[in-house]
Design a protein around this ligand. Sequence first.
Ligand code: ATP
Length: 236
Amino acid sequence: MPPLLQLEDVHARYGPTTALRGISLTVGEGESVAVLGANGAGKTTTLRAISGTVKRSGRIEFAGQSLGRRGPESVSRLGIAHVPEGRGTFGELTVRENLRLGAYTQRGAAFKADYVRVLNLFPWMADREGQQAGTLSGGEQQMLALGRALMQRPRLLLLDEPSLGLAPSIVGEIFRRVKVLNAEEGLSVLIVEQNAVVALDTAARAYVLEVGRVVVTGSSEELRRNESVRRSYLGY
Ligand code: ATP
């Protein structure tokens, strides 16, 4: 069986700046995979290349379809939900309105079922449906962004630095939810993180990027034992 997502020799640039210099990676059906690397290594751009929010070349296939020429809406309709860095929720809109936006392809009963599912995952949202998203805490906004992505009923979830700016206990809470979605619902996940400890704890495999290239890959267990990964990303 081919992997759910496959990138082969993917390049991307922003004007004169080359961000990706030939990235190859895969995510299998039901798999959870992390992308690690320092600032500017190309992690965010890798997710953007998949979701069609940056111009890219090379081969990108998802569930047997080529993504190479698709824009973000077409990619999302195929079943890929992208939670961007900085969450991407709408601060002026309420919790419910943000979730409704995620479900733009669903109507009526389907919307209700997905809405209930998100509220079950994040029970605090039930009491705060009418609250403006901009007044939520950082952790709550990250959960709302995750909830909004789930309203799309994705097969693959792209998460960009979900830990950014959050207290460790909140980070733990968010990653526990991601783990449950992966393990119990079979949702495939590709997580970009600078927090390698938590990413390796959540994902089964990881890729380490340096200046737009994959320099190390392996199971999370192997990467934890890899001395250069330990020194550079795990701090021991
Ligand atoms: P970070 O953790 O800082 O987000 P990253 O690993 O996600 O880092 P990218 O954001 O993908 O890295 O950036 C890869 C390269 O592309 C860097 O050299 C960065 O400066 C450059 N870059 C990223 N976004 C833009 C942009 N909008 N315009 C110009 N250059 C950009």
